[in-house]
Design a protein around this ligand. Structure first.
Ligand SMILES: Cc1ncc(COP(=O)(O)O)c(C=O)c1O
Length: 391
């Protein structure tokens, strides 16, 4: 019956492994390094909102005027020059990804991504029926020569990039890469979809200037989020875009859900007005940097010589290369038996590759330093056991 009822796209839809594993991570006896969840201990309390009743009525599709202005100021400071009318407030940056995909991708489209890339972006692009081609990436992000070859071979509609503290690989592009990639996209006229939810979670003095800043002629969208720095449950993010795309994004937003919920927008806007945000970000950077360092120490102590990683300069994730012959799904299952939850690298690869089974994504954001140390020590036992068994 369902095969007649559901569209072929709906039938092919796969659910996100992260969302499926989330219910384990909420069990109290599980030590979870799996989700990309911020630590609720450091979420500020909600501000008191005087004109609360405003949020009871329908609002504008583009978003609350004051919040749009604040977002324009935030992205201008990062180097993306926009007017308020280029800002669309969305239900998290996940919705921004969906809306952009709906206006540019269909069954005849190819989109290029980093290898690996954010798994829920893969879900969205595939839902549009687009083909994803992932492009060779290293610790500085996507490799420009490989990008040039891929653009020439596939004539893609768009390139999707997460240049700052990528999910999952943690990389941060060098300035040179940013400039080179922007010049290439200008030359080829390919749309840049730049996703930057981790911009503020920065622990080293690295260049974070959006690639969008360097574009001169190519079309672009740049998306951000308040999820990783304030309250993800508010589901408030944004997309800013070049002028030409603005009316299309607004129309698709109208069709999708009329507008983002007003209460969340007002809360965030009020918090930004309060002036507490810069101090809050400083605190987040301090505590997350400590957690990151604790994870690095635990890996170095327990897994030295077995796994490799690059220390992420920001964000929430270590991307850990497993010893050869140790596969990530087996590590997931055996670690879970010992109440440690990790995320295998596999779902972050859009195309099958010899690399895809050999990584774990480990998040340090929501665990205490003590729990990180315990979890990594258990993980090390599991990895060593698997190695011994395969001898
Ligand atoms: C790269 C990236 N983009 C988008 C999102 C979606 O964030 P949200 O919809 O909560 O703003 C995430 C969340 O993990 C992410 O890592």
């Amino acid at each position: 019956m369902l095969s007649k009822l559901l569209t072929p796209k709906a039938q092919k839809m796969e659910s996100s492994l992260v969302r499926e594993l989330l219910h384990y991570s909420q069990q109290p006896d599980i030590l979870s390094l799996a989700g990309g969840l911020p630590d609720e201990k450091y979420m500020p309390s909600y501000p008191a909102i005087e004109a609360l009743e405003v949020s009871q009525q329908y609002g504008p599709s583009e978003g609350e005027g004051r919040l749009r202005h604040q977002i324009a100021e935030i992205v201008k400071e990062r180097g993306v020059a926009v007017e308020d009318n280029q800002v669309l407030v969305t239900n998290g940056s996940q919705q921004a990804l969906d809306l952009v995909s709906r206006i540019v991708l269909d069954e005849n489209s190819i989109i290029l991504t980093e290898q690996p890339t954010y798994l829920a972006a893969i879900q969205v692009f595939e839902l549009q029926g687009a083909q994803i081609k992932d492009v060779r990436s290293d610790e500085f992000g996507l490799v420009p020569d490989a990008l040039r070859r891929a653009i020439e071979e596939y004539q893609p509609k768009a390139v999707y990039l997460i240049p700052n503290f990528q999910n999952p690989a943690g990389h941060c592009y060098s300035k040179r890469r940013r400039v080179e990639i922007a010049a290439l996209l200008d030359e080829k006229g390919v749309l840049l979809i730049e996703d930057d939810p981790y911009f503020d979670l920065c622990y080293e003095d690295v260049d974070r200037t959006p690639i969008t800043h360097y574009l001169e002629t190519a079309p672009w969208v740049y998306m951000g989020s308040f999820s990783k720095v304030l309250w993800p449950g508010m589901r408030t993010g944004y997309v800013v875009s070049c002028e030409a795309l603005v009316p299309y994004l607004v129309k698709i937003k109208q069709a999708a859900d009329l507008h983002t919920n007003r209460l969340g927008q007002l809360m965030i806007s009020e918090y930004l007005v309060s002036g507490a945000y810069p101090e809050h970000i400083k605190k987040l950077r301090r505590v997350y940097a400590q957690k990151r360092d604790a994870m690095a120490r635990a890996i170095d102590v327990n897994l030295s010589g077995l796994v490799s990683y690059s220390l992420p300069a920001g964000g929430m994730f270590f991307w850990v290369k497993l010893p050869s012959g140790v596969f990530s799904d087996r590590v997931l299952r055996q670690a879970l038996e010992r109440k440690v939850l990790v995320l295998p690298g596999l779902p972050f690869f859009a195309n099958a590759s010899e690399l895809s089974d050999g990584y774990l994504r480990l998040s340090f954001a929501r665990v205490s330093e003590e729990d990180v140390s315990n979890a990594i020590s258990i993980l090390a036992d599991v990895i060593k056991e698997i190695m011994d068994e395969s001898l």
